[in-house]
Design a protein around this ligand. Structure first.
Ligand SMILES: *Cc1c(COP(=O)(O)O)cnc(C)c1O
Length: 344
């Protein structure tokens, strides 16, 4: 039995999801003729109380499209120094939109309204790039699944308004935050200009992201998606997986969070662990003690069929997900405890 905890993207479609995919109606989405894609887009727009939505093959393309539609070449955007849009999208902000990123030195991927104010104010003469956009990420990926305080996001909106900045949310794991904090998509829809969500992370679809926004923004996004090569044909088969995921896999995220907390509780007490980052959702980041090489720990676990991710600086990451069963969970907890015996 392989226990793959490297990411929540490793899941495979469930039987129910596959059935939904195989039995759906499709058409040519480039001509807006795919009824399942249209249904998914309407569904997500409705959920967030926003005017329109657009289906994308990846979260990266949805974010890159958002950055492109809010900016002109030479502009700058503000984001945390750990932001996915800066660190993990291949330099796309520079390549696709020709913009630079002003990085804010936040905490676990989150910054404050005051920090944004400080970063945005000051000179605005010809030496300085136009400030055009703020991007935030909820939950934070590199920050270990941390959730923003909604009130801070509201404060950031006020600062964004004073500087005339658009406000984009990278919500690849937004549903984890909503479930953990008891928040609603509509609260977020009311605050942001554009939001990207991933169907292929905790929600368990094999592929797909959605960008939501105003009619005007989504009309621009449609052109940009074409330009990026992301206009697809009978893609309703994949949209059907997304609809199924939204109908069946949101509330169950709570189970992933619960398992993550139980893993954290074992690690907190383990003699080979120096520190566990606060666990708010489905991501666990922990530091092993100085005398233990993280690679050795990861190799020992790999020999037992347990796959974890090294994060550098003595950090290791575990991500729980839909395909991580109760049985796997029992085995993992046992092995994490047993490792302690190995050490002494
Ligand atoms: C996964 C992820 C994305 C985009 O992912 P794709 O792999 O391109 O679908 C964007 N932002 C964050 C925070 C992510 O975790």
């Amino acid at each position: 039995m392989e226990i793959n905890l490297i990411s929540d993207t490793v899941t495979k479609p469930t039987e129910g999801m596959l059935k939904a995919m195989m039995t759906t109606n499709v058409g040519d989405d480039v001509f807006k003729g795919d009824p399942t894609v249209n249904l998914l887009q309407e569904k997500v727009a409705d959920m967030f109380g926003m005017e329109d939505a657009l289906f994308f093959p990846s979260g990266t393309m949805a974010n890159q499209t958002a950055i492109k539609l809010h900016t002109q070449p030479g502009d700058k955007l503000f984001c945390d120094k750990w932001a996915h849009v800066y660190n993990y999208e291949g330099g796309g902000a520079a390549f696709n939109a020709g913009v630079s990123c002003k990085l804010i030195d936040g905490d676990r991927g989150m910054f404050t309204a005051e920090q944004l104010q400080y970063a945005a104010e000051g000179r605005s003469d010809i030496h300085v790039p136009y400030s055009r956009l703020v991007c935030v990420e909820n939950t934070t990926n590199k920050g270990g699944g941390a959730c923003w305080d909604f009130s801070e996001l509201e404060e950031i909106k006020k600062v964004a308004d004073t500087f005339n900045l658009s406000y984009h949310l990278d919500g690849a794991r937004l549903f984890n935050a909503l479930v953990a904090k008891g928040e609603t998509p509509k609260q977020y829809g009311a605050l942001f200009d554009t939001i990207s969500i991933c169907l292929s992370k905790g929600l368990g679809a094999p592929i797909g992201s959605v960008l939501v926004g105003s009619k005007e923004h989504i009309a621009k996004a449609l052109r940009i998606r074409k330009l990026f090569g992301g206009a697809m044909r009978q893609v309703g088969y994949l949209a059907a997986a997304g609809i199924y995921a939204l109908d069946h896999h949101i509330e169950r995220l709570e189970e992933d969070h619960q398992k993550a907390k139980e893993i954290g509780a074992i690690l907190e007490k383990a003699n080979y662990v120096k520190r566990v980052e606060p666990i708010e959702t489905n991501i666990i980041i922990f530091y092993v003690t100085n005398d233990l090489n993280p690679a050795d720990f990861i190799d020992t676990m790999k020999d037992k069929g347990i796959l974890l991710t090294p994060m550098g600086e003595g950090k290791i990451r575990i991500v729980t997900h839909l395909d991580y069963t109760d049985k796997m969970h029992k085995t993992l907890l046992k092995e994490l405890q047993a490792y302690q015996m190995l050490k002494f």
